[in-house]
Every structure is written in structure tokens, then in C-alpha cells.
Ligand binder design. Structure first.
Ligand SMILES: [Zn+2]
Length: 135
């Protein structure tokens, strides 16, 4: 079932136009941000706004239907960062050079799975940080 325009607008407004994983602002992306099912439909995740988040194309393509990954530091399987249940600042931090570091097992696993520190993504993030346009 397709999400309604009302639901999409609610998700975009709540996220203030930024990807809820890597925080890329919509205006800094050529491609439109998408509405992501945090728990995918394959896993019986619902279309309720409590299971939706705004997601840039880069994060969405890497996340796919995944809901868990391996923490690169401990090798343990953990659930991914959940934008509705977790606080971004408790799980991630942005370095001045533009990399995002995971502060927790969930944060580290999510950074790695979503390839948040891909070369082009870090370069753009550093530029936005210098211009104070990265939330
Ligand atoms: Zn993103």
C-alpha cells in the first residue's frame, strides 16, 4: 500500500527536512529524501508514523530491509539505530572533518551498514559543517 501525502508531509515536517540517520539536509541533496520504514514491511513493520522516518537516498539504499547488523568494535549482532526510539546524540557524534562516529554498539553498526562515512558523503558533510548547515 502506498503512503498518503499527509503521512509523507508529517514525516518530512517532523524530521525538519533532514535525514534521520546521517542528518543530511534535503536542500543539500540532489535527490529527494524518502520515507523509510524503520522496521521494514517484510518484518511486519507498520505504515504508522511511529515506524517511519525521513531518509536520504544514500542511507535508504544501504539500509534496505535491514533491522540489525554487527557492531564493528565487538563483533556482536545488534539492532540498528531506531530514529523513533533512540536519541541521535546518544548514539552518534559528528567530527569536525565530517565523519560520523557511533558512540554505542547500535550507532557503530548503523554507521557501518549505512556507509555514512563514504568519501563523498564525508566531503559534503565537512562542507556543510563549515557553513553551519549540518544539523
Ligand atoms: Zn542519510
Amino acid at each position: 500500500m502506498k503512503l498518503s501525502n499527509d503521512v509523507r508531509e508529517t514525516v518530512q515536517r517532523r524530521a525538519q527536512g533532514a535525514c534521520e540517520y546521517c542528518r543530511l539536509p534535503q536542500e543539500a541533496s540532489i535527490l529527494p529524501h524518502q520515507v523509510d520504514h524503520i522496521i521494514g514491511r517484510q518484518h511486519r513493520g507498520s505504515d504508522d508514523v511511529a515506524n517511519l522516518c525521513l531518509c536520504c537516498i544514500h542511507c535508504n539504499l544501504k539500509k534496505g530491509p535491514n533491522i540489525a547488523s554487527i557492531d564493528p568494535e565487538t563483533g556482536i549482532l545488534v539492532a540498528l539505530y531506531h530514529p523513533r526510539c533512540h536519541s541521535w546524540r546518544e548514539h552518534f557524534t559528528v567530527a569536525i572533518e565530517g565523519t560520523i562516529q557511533g558512540l554505542t554498539a547500535e550507532g557503530r553498526a548503523t554507521v557501518q551498514l549505512l556507509d555514512m562515512n563514504g568519501e563523498d558523503r564525508v566531503r559534503l558533510r565537512a562542507l556543510l559543517l563549515r557553513r553551519s548547515r549540518h544539523p
